[in-house]
Design a protein around this ligand. Structure first.
Ligand code: MOS
Length: 725
């Protein structure tokens, strides 16, 4: 049985409202939670294999140049060392590889400091690490451009990332109020709790790989491409992932190195990155320089918006941080200029980190909007409400749904925005209040899932979708439980295995909607089959607690299934609704800060977020996603910053002791509200992505509050003490 839905038109059926099992939207606990907290969920590096060897990556120590030779023989004499993999043996397959699909490694060309150039394999991890640290590299350095500010840097302005409408210069000239400022954000690292790690072994010509993977379907192709085999010969397993935040979207050097070494040595090989290697050799969020021009009339209504952003990237990599992604549609204004510049530098590959684009782009826009609020004397909530467009201002498309005004009102009400008093102090602390809007584009990706109803009435869900801590196991279990009327303890969900039906994976906030819809469709098909067996319409069928009720007659599901399992595959595919309407999620942040008048230290005192993302599938995991996003917003506002050595670009603060992610003491009470919403354009469940919304604009809320408290406008993130004093 197969059910396939291409989203070419809105699905207004409200299928998941008032279903009998009552599982959807509840804060159902994660079914895998007990495994995780008892240490019995095996993460990639815990799946030790008999006879397993250990590999440690060796990094390039210059920013650009060539690796001329290494003294492998000296290292291979050390106790326990089995092999130093380098050069051709360690190169990703040059015939098929493209820089964008696999890590740059092994090549004799060095593009950045930290690039993996060799792997030392030994019987124990300690021996391998000793060998890697002792290995001497002969290199020839070439002149490198390691700073985006360098005069020697090559700057590209890709045509497809520039757009303009009307006449912004004229709008700026005619405006009653203008803001023209430059905002800068530093590089960020994704910082998942679990460092990247892989264990690889070969069974005949087939590669078996345990890895830390967000998107199994794509990662299989990337590793096959790198190793030079067919994707059919890769079995990748990633059932538990300790956070990704973008850094595990693509295959990383540990996995390719482990695969190549395992083939060479005929034994399982594990490669685990140290925290320093994760910082240096996976990816970073580019620093950004963002120039904003806002033109407004006397009522604060925008007539023009200009947003020119500059980001950096390695030579030849196609990704660039999509900083201006939501600028075209968040606010009104008929005159627009949007542009992107990409500076080519020799520094760790830039990639997607925690809401690429909006996380930093909307943060800068929302500081600029606060500057406009101050200039016009209009309340910042009111200013934003006046600037909500009827249709997408860039192309006239309708919004699938628009909830910014509702989120602003709900947030203001919950926080008590109207009751705030400016100019309060608390001892040495100056108190201030700030707010900002949240916005993130909404997407789905093609996803397949198989749902099996067993003769004993239990249910099995299978897809290669991952759970990177986001709650996939819980959410898919809830969807099937709701649709099939089966309690959660009778459902098994298997994820993160390339032998299972292919999903869109975890990225871009599309995971739950995409994989969830495929499970929904498979279950809908099963319901239709059950109705057929009972001779009723599916609409008249009630499934609850393992029992089907139709025309007042109750039949246990196990009786209906019969002797062999009922199996169904669901496929969701994006269609016209992704293009014909503008789909986005919206929200609003409010916060109170205290800034110490002696030290310039900022302490966040409380923060609230109100969000709308269509149907909320699991109240607890959705809330946790938003709390996490707001927490990263605190980091972006106050502490997080990759610092590069001016001489060679290397990341100086390459561990969690020096790169400051907020810890409990930095995070006060955070509260989250969800607005009741259904978006029929998004998918048959009418849900939208919630994963990244909580960070998009969150830092601006805090910076705006610092301005309210002190009169200091920090435009260069993070707002460290020296900038506030
Ligand atoms: Mo995300 S930063 O697209 O995993």
């Amino acid at each position: 049985m197969n059910a396939h839905l291409k989203m070419d038109k809105p699905d207004n059926r409200n299928r998941l409202d008032n279903m009998a099992q009552g599982l959807i939207h509840t804060g159902m606990d994660r079914p895998e939670g007990p495994l995780k907290v008892t240490g019995t969920a095996t993460y990639a590096h815990e799946d030790h294999q008999p006879g397993m060897l250990h590999g440690v990556l060796v990094r390039a120590t210059i920013a650009r140049g060539t690796l001329d030779s290494i003294d492998a023989a000296a290292i291979e004499k050390l106790p326990g060392i089995r092999k130093v993999m380098h050069g051709d043996k360690f190169l990703r397959n040059p015939a098929q590889g493209t820089a964008n699909e696999a890590p740059v490694q092994g090549s004799s060309e060095i593009y950045y400091l930290g690039q993996p150039v060799a792997l030392v394999v030994a019987e124990t991890f300690e021996q391998a690490r000793h060998g890697a640290q002792s290995l001497e590299l002969q290199v020839t350095a070439k002149s490198a451009v390691t700073s985006p500010d360098s005069d020697d840097a090559k700057v590209e302005t890709p045509d497809d990332q520039q757009s303009s409408m009307g006449d912004l210069d004229a709008a700026m000239k005619d405006a009653a109020y203008t803001v023209e400022e430059t905002y800068t954000t530093p590089g960020h690292t994704s910082a998942p709790m679990e460092p990247h790690a892989a264990i690889a072994w070969w069974e005949d010509d087939k590669l078996i790989l345990r890895s830390t993977s967000q998107m199994v379907k794509y990662n299989v192709n990337e590793v096959a491409d790198s190793v030079g085999i067919s994707a059919d010969d890769v079995h990748l397993m990633s059932p538990y992932v300790g956070g990704g935040f973008g850094s595990k979207l693509g295959i990383s050097p540990d996995a390719v190195a482990a695969a190549l070494a395992a083939r060479e040595l005929g034994a399982p090989v594990s490669v685990a990155m140290s925290r320093q290697q994760v910082f240096e050799s996976t990816m970073r969020r580019s620093e950004t320089v963002q120039h904003f021009r806002l033109a407004a009339d006397k009522d604060g209504k925008l007539t023009g918006i200009g947003h020119r952003a500059r980001v950096s990237q390695l030579p030849d990599e196609s990704f660039s941080e999509p900083v201006t992604q939501a600028t075209p549609f968040l606010y009104r204004g008929e005159n627009r200029e949007i542009g992107m510049e990409i500076v080519r530098i020799n520094s760790t590959c830039a990639g997607s980190v925690r809401a690429p684009g909006e996380a930093v782009g909307i943060t800068a826009l929302e500081i600029a909007m606060d500057e406009l609020a101050v200039k016009t004397g209009i309340d910042p909530v009111e200013l934003r409400k006046r600037n909500i467009p009827e249709k997408d201002p860039s192309d006239g498309r309708d919004f699938s749904s628009h909830t910014l005004a509702a989120a602003l009102d709900d947030g203001a009400e919950t926080f008590g925005w109207k009751d705030r008093t400016s100019g309060q102090t608390d001892g040495e602390w100056l108190i201030g209040y700030g707010m900002s809007s949240a916005v993130r584009v909404n997407m789905i990706g093609e996803s397949h899932a198989r749902v099996t109803l067993n003769p004993d009435g239990t249910v099995l869900i299978e897809t290669d979708m991952t759970d990177i801590g986001t709650g996939t196991y819980a959410i898919l279990t809830q969807i099937a439980g709701e649709m099939l009327g089966v309690s959660q303890d009778r459902i098994e969900t298997r994820l993160g295995d390339s032998n299972l039906p292919k999903s869109a994976g975890s990225g871009g906030s599309w995971g739950a909607s995409s994989a969830g819809s495929s499970v929904f469709l498979a279950c809908e098909k099963l319901r239709q089959e059950i109705a057929k067996k009972l001779g009723c319409d599916e609409a008249d069928l009630t499934l609850r607690d393992g029992t089907a009720t139709a025309a007042n007659k109750q039949t246990p599901l196990s009786d209906l299934v019969g002797g062999s399992p009922m199996e169904s595959t669901g496929v969701i595919e994006p269609g016209k609704t992704m293009k014909e309407v503008r789909q986005a999620t919206f929200g609003a942040f409010f916060c109170e800060v205290g800034v110490n008048r002696v030290t310039g230290e900022t302490r966040l005192r409380r923060m609230h977020g109100s969000f709308a993302a269509g149907r909320i599938l699991n109240a607890k995991t959705a809330r946790s996603q938003c709390l996490g996003g707001m927490t990263f917003g605190i980091g972006m506002a106050l502490t997080e910053e990759l610092i590069h050595d001016a001489r060679d670009g290397h990341i100086v603060n390459r561990d969690l002791g020096e790169y400051h992610i907020p810890v409990n003491a930095d995070v006060p009470q955070l509260t989250v509200n969800f607005l009741e919403e259904r978006d029929p354009y998004a998918n048959p469940m009418q849900s939208k992505g919630i994963g990244e919304l909580g960070i998009c604009g969150a830092a601006a809320c805090i910076l705006n509050a610092i301005h309210d408290a002190t009169g200091v406008r920090v435009r260069d993130l993070p707002a460290t003490m020296d900038k506030v004093l």
